[in-house]
Design a protein around this ligand. Structure first.
Ligand code: AP5
Length: 211
């Protein structure tokens, strides 16, 4: 099963991707995680991406398309995959279709997590992440600055500052939201209400994908 998960920044894509990837045993491919890892490792891609991410802008398409072409050619993608954060605009969506076509593949379903913008801002300003294993937490539920899973340091993502969140939401509306129509026109879009608790969102997604 080849999947895409869509939604505003902070809608819960990463959170739900962890469930989907585990349950259906497919790799969770997050361009955001790949870029943050590249920044931490100070690779060429990381050095190029850092200023864009910290300003809430998109990393240039050519950089993203190159890393995705490489990632999708890896062996673990043969059993299916879940794309989180890619495609992010129409150019990337069309290029993805071409990339997959070469291997006789296509996207089977796109899941769109819908949520009010005010709730998204609340979620992002209270999000904390582990610097070591990238686990995601809510500061109100965490109660410590040590990751319960790996003992790593808990930090605030650089792009979760309020002024950067505003820029990310603007870019989402202008560039990513049109993808909802793109996938809907292909009759492969699932709309999911992301305002309910995490487990309820997951149950809804599971129910739809199992059909
Ligand atoms: P990326 O990492 O993809 O960021 P994003 O799309 O902005 O999404 P987030 O990771 O912020 O949120 P999420 O939807 O995964 O929410 P989460 O599950 O963490 O990209 C970062 C940057 O990289 C981009 O801005 C761009 O610069 C660059 N980039 C990446 N891909 C690119 C591409 N293809 N092209 C160009 N540039 C690219 O949840 C958020 C919080 O809410 C957490 O605290 C969580 O615990 C909580 N939560 C989740 N679900 C619920 C729920 N149901 N109820 C209550 N709380 C919840």
């Amino acid at each position: 099963m080849n999947l895409v998960i869509l939604g505003m920044p902070g809608a819960g894509k990463g959170t739900q991707s962890a469930f989907i990837s585990k349950f259906f045993d497919i790799p969770h491919i997050s361009t955001g995680d790949m870029l943050r890892h590249a920044i931490q490792e100070k690779t060429k891609v990381g050095l190029e991406a850092e200023s864009y991410i910290n300003a809430g802008h998109f990393v240039p398409d050519d950089v993203i398309l190159a890393i995705m072409a490489e990632r999708l050619a890896e062996d673990d993608c043969k059993k299916g995959f879940l794309l989180d954060g890619f495609p992010r605009n129409l150019v990337q969506a069309e290029e993805l279709d071409l990339m997959l076509k070469k291997h006789n593949l296509k996207i089977d379903h796109a899941i769109n997590l819908s949520l009010e913008q005010s709730e998204v801002v609340k979620r992002l300003t209270s999000r904390r992440v582990c610097k070591k294993c990238a686990s995601v937490y809510n500061v109100e539920l965490l109660g410590s600055d040590i990751c319960p899973k790996c003992g790593g340091e808990i930090i605030i993502r650089d792009d979760d500052k309020e002024e950067v969140i505003i820029s990310r939401l603007k870019v989402y509306t202008e560039q990513t939201e049109p993808l909802v129509k793109y996938f809907s026109d292909k009759n492969i879009l699932f709309e999911v209400d992301a305002s309910v608790p995490i487990d309820d969102v997951w149950n809804e997604i599971k129910k739809m994908l199992e059909k």
